[in-house]
Design a protein around this ligand. Structure first.
Ligand code: IMP
Ligand code: MG
Length: 174
C-alpha cells in the first residue's frame, strides 16, 4: 500500500464530532465525582484525546504512553514494547486508556495488562474505532465510537507511514 493513494472519506468530521460528544457524555456520567487519569497511546490518540477532554466538564489529568506495535507501513510486527513510559502514578487512580483504533488487540491487551499490575482503582478503555474482524486477543472496550471494516484507516490522528494524521475526516486507503 502506498501513501500516494488518495484517501476516501469513511467518517466525516461532523460524524466524528457527534461520536466524540456521545462518548464524552457517557464518560462524564460514569466518572461523576472522580478525577480520572486519561492515558492516551501515542501517537494515534492525540487528536481524539484533544477533542474528548475539551468536552469533559470535571477534573481530569492527561498522560501519554508511547508503545510500538507497527514498524513502518501497515503490517503489525506482533511485538509490543514501551518506547516512552508513564510518568504519573497509576496505583489507586481511576485510569481510562484512550486509543485511536483496536485492530489485532495486541497493543491494548499489552497495555491493560501492564497497567493492571500497578493496581489502579479502576481501569477502562475508550476507543474511537474498532476493527473486530482482525482481533487476535480478546479486548473489552468500555466506550466505543465506531466499528469499522477491515480496511486501513487514516486521518484524525491515524497514519500510514506517519502521513495523513492531519486529515480532519477518517478515511480509507484503498
Ligand atoms: P493492534 O495492536 O493490532 O490492535 O494495533 C493497534 C495499533 O496499530 C493502533 O494503535 C494503530 O496505531 C495501528 N493501527 C491498526 N490499524 C490501523 C489502521 O487501520 N490505520 C492506522 N493505524 C492502525
Ligand atoms: Mg496507536
Amino acid at each position: 500500500m502506498s501513501s500516494q493513494t488518495k484517501p476516501r472519506i469513511l467518517f466525516r468530521r461532523q460524524e466524528i464530532a457527534a461520536a466524540v460528544k456521545k462518548l464524552a457524555a457517557e464518560i462524564s456520567r460514569d466518572y461523576q465525582g472522580k478525577s480520572p487519569l486519561l492515558l492516551g497511546i501515542l501517537k494515534g490518540s492525540f487528536v481524539f484525546m484533544a477533542d474528548l477532554i475539551r468536552l469533559l466538564d470535571f477534573p481530569v489529568e492527561v498522560e501519554f504512553v508511547r508503545l510500538s506495535s507497527y514498524g513502518r507501513g501497515t503490517e503489525s510486527s506482533g511485538k509490543i514494547k514501551v518506547v516512552q513510559g508513564l510518568r504519573s502514578q497509576v496505583r489507586s487512580r481511576d485510569v481510562l486508556v484512550v486509543e485511536d483504533i483496536v485492530d489485532t488487540g495486541l497493543t491494548v491487551a499489552f497495555l491493560l495488562d501492564y497497567l493492571q499490575k500497578k493496581k489502579p482503582a479502576s481501569l477502562k478503555l475508550c476507543v474511537l474505532t474498532d476493527k473486530p474482524s482482525r482481533r487476535q486477543v480478546p479486548v473489552t472496550i468500555d466506550y466505543l465510537g465506531f466499528t469499522v471494516p477491515d480496511k486501513f484507516l487514516v486521518g484524525y490522528g491515524l497514519d500510514c507511514d506517519e502521513k495523513f494524521r492531519n486529515l480532519p475526516d477518517i478515511c480509507v486507503l484503498d
